[in-house]
Structures are given as C-alpha cells and as structure tokens.
Ligand binder design. Structure first.
Ligand code: CUA
Length: 318
C-alpha cells in the first residue's frame, strides 16, 4: 500500500486524499500518547490506593508535601509535548488551508437541504461532484440560507459553509472511487438527508465523463421510472417530499400525478407533466396552499432526460 492511501479501518475512514495520512499520523500520535498517560495516571492511582490504604496502627510512611524535581518534571514534560503537538498541527493546518497554485476552482452553493456544485464554465451539478484523480481541487463555498458544514471524511477536509461569505477548502484525491459528503452543522429538518458524493475518476474516465455529461444521459423509456426513483433520492427530493402521504416541508408525492392541488393566490391545478416540470424549475410559480414555498430552484441542474425520468417516476407513486 502506497503511503496516504490506506483502506478504511475500524478507527478511521479510508485515506483518499493527499493530506489524509498526515492528519491520521498526528491523530494516532495523540491517541497513543493519551493511552500512555492514561496508564501512568490511572495505574498510579490504583497503586497508591493499594499501597497506602488505611491500616491498623496508622500510616507507616512519612507525609510528603513537596517535591521540586517532580513538580518541574510534570510541568516541563507536558509543556514540551503540547508545543510539539501544536507545531505538528499548525504545519498540517497550513498545508490544508492554502490551496496549491493552479488548483481547479469549483463553487459550492449550500441550501436547505442540498449541495450544488458549479465549475468556472457554469456547469452545475446537484449532490455529486465529479473530479479527476491526482489534481488539486479548490472549493469556494457559500450558503444561501443557514449555517451548513461540508465534510468529506475520506479526505479529512471539513469547513463550515456560512451565509454572506465564502469559505474555502481544497483537496487532492489520490485514488478513484466514491467519497461520501456529509452536512455536519445542524440546519433543520432535512439536515441528515443533506448528503452528496465526490466521485473521483481516473484522468481517462474523467475526460469520457466530461463528454457524456455535456450531452446528458440517454436512458431508454423502459428504464425511465427506475432512474427517476434514483434521482428522487440523489437529487434530494427525499428531504422534503414523502412517498407515504406524511407531511414534510413540501407536499407528499403519494398519489401526486393527476390530483388537484389548491394553489396559493390562484386557481387550482391538476398535477400533470407540465406542472411537475414547472414546480421543479420554478418552485415559487404555483405554491400548494398551506405550504411554505421553501424549495430552491432546480433550473439548470437536471438534464432533459433526468427531468423525463423524474416525471415518469412520480407518475408511478400511487
Ligand atoms: Cu446542511 Cu445540516
């Protein structure tokens, strides 16, 4: 195994970025150091409890109130250790803070409850960031509403995503594969569903993907509904729309197609393909009565065939 690419262990996630192994080295150093001191302190305590317990006839040792050499030792040794840990940590922190020159810049927009990625050419994607292996990627992140936090455990990078300002992190993935992204700042009902993935592709696969993603998927009609079921989860519809009729942030999808919805400040509509498409692209156009109108727009985030797939799937949710 080459350094910096260890697989997942019981203690730690896989090391899938260039900084992961150095983060883990410091972590394990602190971990084992803590074990050493735990044994010394707790072991010492048990030893003293047993050795100097109350015995008939009173204490057999003379009382000691002061030991200068011992006191200097237990002050100086931990001080040296924490300075050492600090310097080690600050070096790693600076490595992780300063993106290398020439890193590919990607904008990340967080909103309740989805992650949207946009490259400098204006290509957007929802919930999935696709990047090439062995290339530094810099994420410039901001939030459209509340505090979120972007965390990729396999990369050991994490940063709060704050409304009204940019925060940045960078990473360089060291092997192809899929890496889970979590939101790690409690941001409301859909917080736990605010997931995304970073898909790392080899240089060759990345070029192929780039070409295909410009064109969008070419799913056949027979698999549309099935693909739509997948999109319902990966495009985060699931965070706000239930399938079983229960009320979440938005109306349930149970029996959606063909039902008549009362619209806030307008005539009621029968849900058809066009209403579904409009509600995805312009959620504020026709808000169902009694709901908050909290949905972000998905305009530009779905390829034509993906829209078809979602519509086909929603028809099947009875
Ligand atoms: Cu976004 Cu928690």
């Amino acid at each position: 195994m080459q350094p910096g690419s260890a697989a997942e262990t019981f203690l730690l996630p896989a090391q899938n970025s260039t900084v992961a192994s150095s983060v883990d080295d410091l972590y394990m150093f602190i971990y084992y150091l803590s074990i050493v001191f735990f044994v010394i302190v707790i072991g010492g305590m048990f030893y003293f409890v047993a050795q100097y317990r109350r015995r008939p006839g009173g204490p057999k040792v003379k009382q000691i109130s002061h030991n200068t050499a011992l006191e200097i030792a237990w002050s100086v040794i931990p001080t040296i250790l924490v300075i050492f840990i600090f310097l080690w940590g600050v070096r790693g922190f600076l490595d992780m803070s300063l993106a290398p020159k020439g890193a590919t810049e990607i904008y990340v927009h967080a909103s309740k409850w989805q992650w949207e990625f946009e490259d400098l050419d204006g290509n957007k994607s929802l919930s999935e960031l696709v990047v090439p292996v062995n290339k530094p990627i810099k994420l410039i992140m901001s939030s459209n509403d509340v505090l979120h936090s972007f965390f990729v455990p396999n990369f050991r990078v994490k940063s709060d995503v704050v409304p009204g300002r940019y925060t940045t992190i960078w990473f360089e993935a060291n092997k192809p594969g899929i890496n889970q992204v979590f939101c790690t700042e409690y941001c409301g009902t859909g917080h736990s569903a605010m997931l995304a993935t970073v898909k790392v592709l080899s240089e060759e696969d990345y070029m192929k993907w780039k070409k295909e993603s410009d064109e969008g998927p070419t799913w056949g009609d027979e698999e549309l509904a099935e693909k739509g079921a997948g999109l319902y989860k990966t495009k985060t519809c699931v965070a706000c729309h239930s399938l079983d009729g229960s009320r979440l942030v938005g109306p349930s999808f149970k029996g959606l197609y063909g039902r008549t919805e009362e619209i806030e400040g307008g005539p009621s509509v029968e849900v058809d393909e066009n209403y579904i498409r409009e509600s995805i692209n312009e959620p504020m156009a026709k808000i169902v009565k009694g709901y908050p109108g909290a949905m972000p727009t998905f305009k530009g985030l779905l390829k034509p065939r993906e829209m078809d797939a979602l519509v086909a799937y929603l028809k099947t949710v009875k």
